[in-house]
Design a protein around this ligand. Sequence first.
Ligand SMILES: [Zn+2]
Length: 333
Amino acid sequence: MLGIVFDLGGTSLRAAAVDAAGDIVSTTVGDTPSVADGTPDDQLIPALVSSMSDMSSRLCGDGNDVRALSLAFPGPVRADGVPLNAPTVWQEQVLGPSLLTALHKAWSGTEIFIVNDVAAAGYHLVAQGRRDFLLTTVSSGIGAQLFTDAVPVGGAYGGEIGHLRLPDEEFAGVDCECGGSAHLGAICSGRGTLEMARRRIRQDPQAFRTSWLHAQGISVEGLTTYDIVAAFHAEDPWTMRLIDATAQPLGRILATVHAAAGTTDFPIMGGFAMALGEEYCRILARHARNHCHWLDQDWDAMIGLLDHEQPGLAGNAWYLAQRFSSLSGVRHA
Ligand SMILES: [Zn+2]
């Protein structure tokens, strides 16, 4: 037994016990404390540390076995392990070093790491031998992490593509949870696509009446992302046009990264993308190709879904073992 890894999500907190080889031994899941569930702002970090502590006891007993701990965090993290904020979980609260300090207090004597959650998932690909790629997550929000020679690059600024502002007229005035407007994550994510669907229904109810969704008796108020995914798999033309429109800006951004950095490997993860399936990647590939067509790029081969349900935990486990063994190596040298 080496230690424990955590993956902090919008609603759930996942944890896994990890052995010295970086493999997952057992897992458990709990809730992410939030203001919405009644936790006051100033108690979010103590509540999180307390949940992590309970989960650690469930997985590892009294905690004496936890030599190293790594938390995958859904927001920008500085190179020194200090997370800046997590708008998808805790809105505008700025964290600073308080979380890292609280973890050190709760697990004194344990090596503690905090990594960005998309970077943690990227380590799952590094463990499989992939070294240069842009990993993009399409779930309730959108994030990305560029890896160069098996190392995540860009520091706290890298990867926040979800908050790029889109110039397209159709997206004007769509609010992002960060307080901005017409941001990629507010439009192309699962939540964003749902918002765009509602806008389209209100703007052109006549067109919606021809849709598979309308035939199922689904109204603008009752519509969910699950309905959109089901309609996509039913090849409903109205829904295909919707997904085509919301995927286009992301396809353009992948093409821009390719043109700027030469990246040719674009794995896609996240609940919404995984639910839509490989066909979603084909749509992204078509938009990327339209935006950047020269030479002989095979965009269909360059964009594909990640082959793992929980890449964040698996990648973080591998990362924990690597970091711990390099630290031990330094101490024993
Ligand atoms: Zn934003």
